[in-house]
Design a protein around this ligand. Structure first.
Ligand code: NAD
Length: 697
């Protein structure tokens, strides 16, 4: 029929099979194939029923998001047209559901007269996560089958639910085991034989219409939980239209009105951008998609400290054995105990069973000897951030690791090429920069050295998915993508503080903007000594003397953040709430006095501009130097590693939304101030993009 949909018959049953990798996205080509299959079945008098089936991986993962906003999205037959055609069909249509059945995929199944599913198929209408709502009738049909309460829970929450949970509901007519296609055909034959009336969801009524008072209460809760996002509220309102509207078609019109509004919202634009950006980050320019990967069956981790422990957890949680090496038994025991405690917390929360805990812990081989690394496929170093220590580790590894083993460093900022040069196999060396806490944070910067082999890079990108990380490739530079930009952001925050804002005002402004944590709270959490070490390293390398700043004084006073009970804020024992501290305010006042700075009142809007545009400007330099392949890769780093708000979509997307001419103008304003940091000069790439009248793409 077409490339993605095939048409076959088994006696009086027509079978339309969808096979568009990876998950049967309902793009124009697949829709066309389904449409022509349906026409064929309708026009063949020998056909009495139709079965629609996908692949084991997916019935359908939903609309093809890359078509959003393009002419292809409205190319006939649209999803709505197909659903209407199926629902109106005089011949029964059975959806045979396996794997993902999400979004438009589930709406599509709801247009069928009957649905049979494998118990482990995953059903859901997750559109809310893209800042929109199910616009193919999902908000009208689902409540008619599951009731208002359940539909709201599923649509507003964007939940993915296993099919087995819908046993004995009207959503699924049958849960089947084994051969799905044969079961669906048998079901279709039974329907035909028994002359069962066709079940059109649109003809049903919502079974549990709530009172106005209940409705008002529930809406209030949704509004409160949604915070600034409009989508959950519109999802709720659209579900309500399923029983408030005079007719089913009027409800559909209301659904369409609401989704049209949502499509225009900046939040939805940012969320859809992020969705596409995540997928783009996995593609490495110049790397063949079918490149042969190295086999990773066993992993080694060096250093069982903060990062080594978390890194180990990622692999054992994914079922990969880890050899964990330390220099002293005491450090090894401490590291293992921390891993154990972390898993115990998960057990207490009911996220892990005792058996899973035991299985994970059994996958660790603790050791004090490099000899145990002989058969390991990937070794990740997470020792102190000191080039001499790294040199000793990599030289030892070079002598012991098997040929072809991948050697990785978790360094936050050190030069990967220099580290690779400690070995005779620089092609096998790269950076795997996890973020703290490494077992929680989703971001992984994969640092490609000048000599890193393509298959090493590709293997690590694939491995990242296995351990549930979002990987972004970075080139080699001080701090890679994330920390290099962060240094400029922190400089901007420090400047604001020196000039008149207190840490709590700066943090408050950025948190109101949407960041999980402002820069001072984040520094207190990460440990101020890390940034201090970096500043000292850069100061030592600077040709001109670098004067200490308040951040240095704080560290000199032994205030390293939460871990020492005080940093930019003070902390009460066992608590993490930041309490503004007069000692810090005194230090800031002293700094202003010593530098002849007259404190000025700073608006929150200026705080946002300076901190954000500092990030954008450095991001543009990173792009120009090809440290990052795409602006969207930078955004993925910030969204997943630095608590950047999803509805803003990352700093580069934010810059596009604000408009690059404004960004450049403000940077020029800041650069023109007396004594301004030269880094405020707009990056040449930014200036060129403005001249060409385009944004980051
Ligand atoms: P840490 O001090 O908590 O742990 C380092 C561990 O390495 C210690 O347990 C130490 O005993 C062990 N170690 C030191 N020398 C060793 C050697 N020669 N052989 C074996 N073990 C040795 O430090 P950390 O915070 O886990 O940082 C480790 C690395 O990860 C550093 O390069 C750091 O820059 C990087 N990193 C840290 C963070 C973070 O937020 N802490 C984030 C990303 C990356």
């Amino acid at each position: 029929m077409t490339e993605f949909a095939t048409y076959q018959t088994q006696g009086e049953i027509a079978i339309i099979s969808m096979d568009k990798p990876p998950i049967n996205g309902l793009g124009a080509a697949l829709r066309e194939g389904i449409g022509s299959g349906l026409n064929k079945a309708f026009s063949d008098p020998s056909i009495q029923a139709v079965v629609l089936i996908g692949t084991p991986r997916a019935f359908s993962g939903g609309a093809d998001i890359t078509e959003f906003g393009t002419p292809k999205a409205t190319h006939e037959p649209t999803l709505r047209t197909i659903i209407e055609t199926m629902e109106a069909s005089p011949k029964p249509i059975v959806a045979a559901i396996s794997g993902f059945c999400l979004g438009g995929g589930l709406e599509f199944a709801l247009g069928c007269h009957f649905r049979v599913a494998l118990p482990d198929a995953t059903l859901g209408l997750p559109e809310v996560k893209l800042g929109i709502l199910p616009g193919g009738g999902g908000t009208q049909r689902l409540p008619r089958l599951l009731g208002f309460e359940k539909a709201v829970e599923m649509i507003v929450g964007g939940l993915h639910i296993p099919a087995i949970k819908f046993k004995d509901t009207l959503l699924l007519d049958q849960i089947v085991e084994g051969d799905l296609l044969q079961a669906a055909i048998a079901f279709a034959r039974k329907v035909v034989a028994q002359g069962e009336p066709l079940k059109r969801v649109r003809d049903r009524t919502v079974p549990d219409i709530p009172t106005d008072a209940v409705l008002a209460e529930k809406r209030k809760a949704v509004v409160a939980a949604a915070k600034r996002f409009p989508a959950p509220v519109s999802c709720f309102d659209s579900v309500c239209a399923s029983f408030k509207s005079a007719t089913f078609d009027a409800g559909l019109l209301e659904e369409r009105r609401l989704i049209t509004e949502l499509f225009k919202s900046p939040e939805s634009l940012a969320l859809r951008y992020t969705f596409a950006a995540e997928r783009a980050a996995a593609k490495i320019p110049g790397l063949p998609e079918d490149i042969a990967l190295r086999t990773i069956k066993k992993v080694g981790v060096i250093g069982a400290g903060t990062m080594g422990g978390g890194i180990t957890m990622n692999f054992i949680s994914a079922g990969l054995p880890v050899v964990l090496l330390e220099t002293k038994q005491e450090a090894l025991d401490k590291g293992l105990a921390t891993i154990g405690k972390n898993y115990e917390t998960s057990m207490k929360k009911g996220k892990l069973t005792q058996a899973q805990y035991d299985a994970c812990m059994a996958l660790i081989t603790p050791t004090l000897s490099y000899q145990d690394f002989g058969d390991v496929d990937l070794i990740i170093e997470a020792v102190f951030e000191n080039m001499d220590v790294k040199e000793q580790v990599f030289k030892t590894l070079d002598g012991i690791a098997k040929p072809g083993a991948i050697l990785a460093s978790n360094t936050s900022a050190l030069n990967i090429d220099e580290i690779a040069a400690f070995t005779k196999r620089p092609q096998d060396v790269l950076g795997l920069h996890f973020f703290s806490p490494a077992n929680v944070m989703r971001l992984l910067e994969v640092v490609r050295g000048a000599k890193t082999a393509p298959d090493v890079l590709a293997t690590c990108m694939t491995l990242a998915r296995k351990i549930k990380k979002i990987a972004v490739v970075s080139g080699v530079c001080d701090g890679f993508i994330g920390n290099r930009m962060l240094a400029q952001y922190r400089t901007a925050a420090n400047e604001l503080m020196h000039q008149g804002a207190m840490p709590q005002q700066i943090d408050g402004a950025l948190q109101a903007f949407g960041l999980v944590m402002g820069p001072f709270r984040m520094a207190d959490l990460a440990g101020l000594d890390i940034g201090w070490a970096g500043r000292k390293r850069r100061a030592a390398a600077s040709p001109t003397p670098v004067a200490p700043i308040v951040a240095d004084w704080i560290c000199e006073a032994g205030r390293y953040g939460q871990k020492t009970g005080a940093g930019w804020y003070r902390y009460e024992a066992g608590k993490r709430d930041p309490i503004p501290d007069p000692i810090v305010e005194e230090m800031i006042a002293k700094y202003r006095q010593e530098h002849g700075i007259k404190s000025r009142k700073i608006e929150d809007s200026e705080i946002i501009e300076r901190c954000m545009f500092a990030l954008v400007n450095e991001g543009a330099r990173i792009l120009e130097e090809r440290i990052a392949a795409r602006a969207s890769d930078i955004d993925i780093v910030y969204l997943n590693g630095y608590g950047f708000p999803a509805h803003v979509g990352g700093p580069m997307h934010y810059a596009n939304a604000v408009g690059l001419p404004k960004v450049v103008q403000r940077l020029k304003d800041f650069a023109a101030e007396p004594g301004a940091d030269p880094n405020w000069q707009p990056a040449p790439l930014l200036v060129r993009l403005v001249e060409r009248g385009v944004g980051f793409n």
